[in-house]
Ligand binder design. Sequence first.
Ligand SMILES: Nc1ncnc2c1ncn2[C@@H]1O[C@H](COP(=O)(O)OP(=O)(O)OP(=O)(O)O)[C@@H](O)[C@H]1O
Length: 241
Amino acid sequence: MHKASVPPIVIEAQQLTKVFMQKQQSVQALRGVDLQVRSGDFTVISGPSGSGKTTLLNILGLLDVPTSGRVSFEGHDLAGAKPADLAALRRDHIGFVFQAYNLMPVLTAVENTEMVMEFQGVPANERRRISAELLQALGLGELMDRFPDQLSGGQQQRVAVARAIASKPRLVIADEPTANLDSKTADSLMDLMSELNHKHGITFVFSSHDPHVIQRARRVLTLRDGIIVNDSAAPEAAHAA
Ligand SMILES: Nc1ncnc2c1ncn2[C@@H]1O[C@H](COP(=O)(O)OP(=O)(O)OP(=O)(O)O)[C@@H](O)[C@H]1O
């Protein structure tokens, strides 16, 4: 039988734990998470509020470090990596879409979209061309010169997606990307992300408890109390939890 080759691993987590100290009390947000994200994955992390989704995404996005366990990016173990090295990896290879969009209020939609490319040193005319094309494709061609507070929530969300993908990252991390969006806008955002995944092979990992989103994912990981209790990609998933 023909066996398709397995895509390379983008990010791998082994036995991740994360403990937060909160007023002298420790909160164990992750309790031993193992995970491999492969190139081209379209994976959702689901689970109830407080189960550790954001904590896990922050670690996979190299924004935070685990209390114990290992993270490697494209085969490079990041144990002991300097903050500047992690920042460079994030800038060059990872796009982020946060719940609060995190757009810069003093920059227009097109300027927000250009931001990461500016840090990367992409020439001004080139980054303007890429950003304008992307915003056009996202239906925001007419709104490029508006500031975030002149855009609806769904439009801001699309600018955040444009910014996340403009620099052609290998991996996009999206924390509850459809939260606060009406179901029609949420659906079109999911269409866009799956198109980017199919056409451009961008790897997506996002968190959500929205059933609409979960059913669109190719792989669903369920977190509960800081542990993966179900992985739809694992043959033994049906027996887990
Ligand atoms: N900076 C922090 N300091 C203290 N505790 C934290 C911190 N961040 C998260 N926690 C705790 O860790 C646990 C996991 O939180 P996390 O935000 O990862 O969950 P979540 O699944 O993303 O939740 P939600 O769906 O509500 O966003 C929770 O008990 C939370 O209170």
